[in-house]
Design a protein around this ligand. Structure first.
Ligand code: SAH
Length: 272
C-alpha cells in the first residue's frame, strides 16, 4: 500500500526542505516523491544533510513541470492546505485520510497523490481545484502553517498508522475463500486524474459550443462542476458514459448548424 502513495511537492524553494521531506518519507516507509517545477537547485549540501541518509529518494524523484504530469496516473489526489479558500472544497482530516487509504488502494491500478504547496504561497486555487479533496492538519488558527517537511511528516505518519492497522487486521482475519474480491474490474476502477482532466476539457469545450458557458464570464462554473464531479469519484465506465453524452451533444449541435445550402434555401423561402 505505501508504495502506491506519492508525495508531490510543487514549486519548492528550499533544497533543505526537499531533503527534510525525503527523510520524513523514508522514516514512514514512503518512497515515491515527485517534484513539480522546483524553484531551487534540488541536490545541494543542505538537501543531503537534511535528508540524513534518505537522499536516494531525491535522486530517484520524478521531476515534472506541471502538476498534471506528476499525478496523471493517480486515482485520488488530495491537496494539503494550511488555510481555507474562497470556494470551499471537500475537506478531510489527516486521520480520516489515512483510514480511507487501505480501501482506496485496494485496486491494482489505484494510486494516491498527496500534494504540497510552496513555502511562501502554498497551493494556487487552480491547483487545489484539481484535487478530489483537501486535507488540513489542525493547527493553532493564529499560526496555522507548518514547515513543509513537518506537514509531510504528519501526513506520512497517518499513512503508516493506517497501513499498520490494515496489516494487523489482515493477519487476524480468517483465511477467505478467495482474495479476488479485491480485484476491481477495469470499468469499475476509479477514473484517473488524466481521465478526469480530459473529461473536464471536453465538458468545457461542449458547454462553450452549446452557449452555456462563456469563458469571459466564468462565474466559477467549471470550478463548481469540478467539485461536484470529483466529489462523486466517478468510475471509468461512468466517465465514459458522460463523455459519450458530450460527444453526442457536440454531434447534434453540429447537425443543427445550418449548412450553406440550408441558409440559401431559407433565404429563397423568405417573402420578397
Ligand atoms: N504560507 C503558505 C503555507 C506554506 S507551508 C500558505 O499560507 O498557504 C507549505 C505547504 O505545507 C503548504 O502548501 C501545505 O501543502 C503544507 N502545510 C503547511 N501547513 C499545513 C497544515 N496546517 N495543513 C495542511 N497542510 C499544511
Amino acid at each position: 500500500m505505501l508504495e502506491r502513495i506519492r508525495i508531490v511537492l510543487i514549486g519548492t524553494s528550499h533544497p533543505g526542505n526537499i531533503g527534510g521531506v525525503a527523510r520524513a518519507m523514508h522514516n514512514m516507509g514512503l518512497a515515491d516523491l515527485a517534484l513539480v517545477a522546483p524553484r531551487c537547485e534540488v541536490i545541494t549540501a543542505d538537501c543531503v544533510s537534511r535528508a540524513s541518509g534518505a537522499d536516494a529518494l531525491v535522486h530517484s524523484a520524478r521531476k515534472t513541470s506541471t502538476l498534471e504530469d506528476a499525478v496523471a496516473d493517480c486515482t485520488l489526489v488530495v491537496g494539503a492546505s494550511a488555510r481555507s479558500r474562497t470556494l470551499p472544497w471537500p475537506m478531510i482530516t489527516p486521520r480520516a485520510l489515512g483510514e480511507r487509504l487501505p480501501d482506496e488502494l485496494s485496486g491494482t491500478a489505484s494510486r494516491v497523490a498527496l500534494v504540497f504547496g510552496r513555502e511562501d504561497s502554498g497551493l494556487s486555487n487552480d491547483e487545489l481545484q484539481r484535487c478530489h479533496a483537501h486535507v488540513h492538519i489542525p493547527t493553532n488558527p493564529d499560526f496555522s502553517s507548518l514547515n513543509l517537511a513537518a506537514a509531510v511528516q504528519v501526513l506520512a505518519y497517518e499513512c503508516r498508522l493506517a497501513w499498520l492497522d490494515a496489516e494487523n487486521r489482515a493477519l487476524s482475519r480468517p483465511l477467505a475463500a478467495s482474495d479476488d474480491d479485491n480485484t476491481q474490474s477495469n470499468d469499475l476502477a476509479p477514473a484517473s486524474h488524466q481521465e478526469l482532466e480530459s473529461y473536464f476539457s471536453h465538458l468545457e469545450r461542449t458547454l462553450i459550443t452549446i452557449g452555456f458557458h462563456d469563458p469571459a464570464v466564468p462565474r466559477q462554473l467549471m470550478a463548481r462542476l469540478r467539485r461536484f464531479t470529483l466529489r462523486a469519484r466517478p468510475e471509468r465506465l461512468e466517465l465514459n458514459i458522460l463523455r459519450g453524452i458530450l460527444t453526442a451533444t457536440e454531434r447534434q449541435t453540429m447537425n443543427n448548424v445550418p449548412s450553406p445550402q440550408d441558409k440559401a434555401r431559407h433565404r429563397s423561402d423568405e417573402p420578397h
